[in-house]
Design a protein around this ligand. Structure first.
Ligand SMILES: NC(=O)c1ccc[n+]([C@@H]2O[C@H](COP(=O)([O-])OP(=O)(O)OC[C@H]3O[C@@H](n4cnc5c(N)ncnc54)[C@H](OP(=O)(O)O)[C@@H]3O)[C@@H](O)[C@H]2O)c1
Ligand SMILES: [Zn+2]
Ligand SMILES: [Zn+2]
Length: 359
């Protein structure tokens, strides 16, 4: 319930490991000097939301209100806010806080700040638990809000705030963004499909590596991938050995990575951004004989998120989305778990989320 100076908010919460969502009411802080308050319009459903709702990593604190692919419209700004005014469109991704003074923060690398505050499931500076975009409104420090480009659709653009960042940032950081680089993308889901779009816009040659041939036509004909490999087909994998400069692995579950390592050229890089809840198995000899490396990456800093969103607007990149009403979230989660989504569910919060009937 809302206390003094707090604002009553409503949303959808998972309450136990069944991951089933139901309406919830909670309080958000009043708008502080550096805060931007906004009405949530759209929120993407990231696989991380599903991991969290089902407590796949054993650290969910229930009830959890997920959502870190959030777009909305500013309704109030604090007295010290300079970049936003009422009526502006705004985005929020995976982070809503960090210490703003450590080495990582000084280098615009908020995801790697030891005191980072995730958009949901973290403890905020005021001691409250953060709650994400499956809710009618948000209040965040201006620093963590992204200016929304005029021509970028709100629904198709929302997933870029996590999925877009998570592919864009490692391409830049690991030196895989040079035109002509041959990149593999493993897993054609929410992350993977926007990865293909960013990589093509950067001029890369892209091979999609998928667990079946079901998505082949879409990957090549519609998303623009140059080639397609089925990871469970040893013949196809054998033929492609030693051909890739880098791989971004977005798979959400345990899977063998050594066959991926053999697809890399010497000095190739396997960047695992998917978050399986079981350890992956790595042999060192195939790495050392090719001086190959395995790396990882978490979303993107705020400055780079803005850069990614502006890049997307310039190149007309959006996610392929299925826009759903708020009361379809449980069905959407089932679809996501089965891989039955093309390619991101986005909740139409603005038009369909309603407060729970009061009891
Ligand atoms: N590093 C970060 O900052 C970050 C940010 C966001 C999300 N994540 C994590 O990234 C992962 C993917 O997220 P997402 O939203 O893109 O999920 P998603 O839409 O469910 O896509 C995951 C894809 O992985 C493939 N896959 C699933 N299970 C598999 C299995 N058992 N074996 C082989 N392939 C399998 C499927 O692609 P195919 O059908 O093509 O095989 C699926 O479409 C999640 O673990 C999420 O938590 C990490
Ligand atoms: Zn995410
Ligand atoms: Zn810091």
């Amino acid at each position: 319930m809302a206390g003094k100076n707090e604002v009553k908010t409503y949303g959808l919460a998972a309450r136990d490991t069944s991951g089933v969502f139901s309406p919830v009411e909670f309080a958000r802080r009043a708008t502080g000097e550096e805060d931007v308050r906004f009405k949530v319009l759209y929120c993407g459903i990231c696989h991380a939301d599903l991991h969290s709702a089902k407590d796949d990593f054993g650290h969910t604190s229930y009830p959890v209100v997920p959502g870190h692919e959030i777009v909305g419209e500013v309704t109030e700004v604090g007295s010290k806010v300079t970049n936003f005014k009422i009526g502006d469109k705004v985005g929020v991704g995976c982070f809503v806080g960090s210490c703003r003074s450590c080495e990582q923060c000084s280098n615009d690398l908020e995801p790697y700040c030891p005191k980072r505050v995730m958009t949901y499931g973290s403890i905020d500076e005021d001691g409250t638990r953060t709650r994400g975009g499956y809710s009618n409104e948000m209040v965040v420090k201006e620093h963590f809000a992204i200016r929304w480009p005029e021509n970028l659709p709100l629904d198709g653009g929302a997933p870029l705030l996590c999925a877009g960042c998570t592919l864009y940032s490692p391409l830049m950081y690991y030196g895989l963004s040079k035109p002509g680089t041959h990149l593999g993308i493993v897993g054609l889901g929410g992350l993977g499909h926007v990865g293909v779009k960013f990589a093509k816009a950067m001029g890369l040659k892209v091979t999609v590596i998928s667990s079946s041939n079901r998505k082949k036509a879409e990957a090549v004909d519609r998303l623009g991938a140059d080639s397609f490999l089925v990871s469970t087909d040893p013949e196809q994998m054998q033929t492609a050995m030693g051909t890739l400069d880098g791989i971004i692995d977005t798979v959400s579950a345990f899977h063998p990575v050594m066959p991926l390592i053999s697809l890399l050229k010497p000095h190739g890089k396997l960047i695992v951004v998917g978050a399986p809840n079981k350890p992956l198995e790595v042999e060192i000899i195939p790495l050392l004989t090719g001086r190959k490396m395995i790396g990882s990456s978490a979303a993107a800093g705020i400055k780079e998120t803005q850069e990614m969103i502006d890049f997307a607007a310039k190149h007309n990149i959006t996610a392929d989305v299925e826009v759903i009403p708020a009361n379809y979230v449980n069905k959407a989660m089932e679809g996501l778990e089965k891989g039955d989504v093309r390619y991101r569910f986005v909740i139409d919060i603005g038009n369909t989320l309603v407060a729970a009937p009061s009891t």
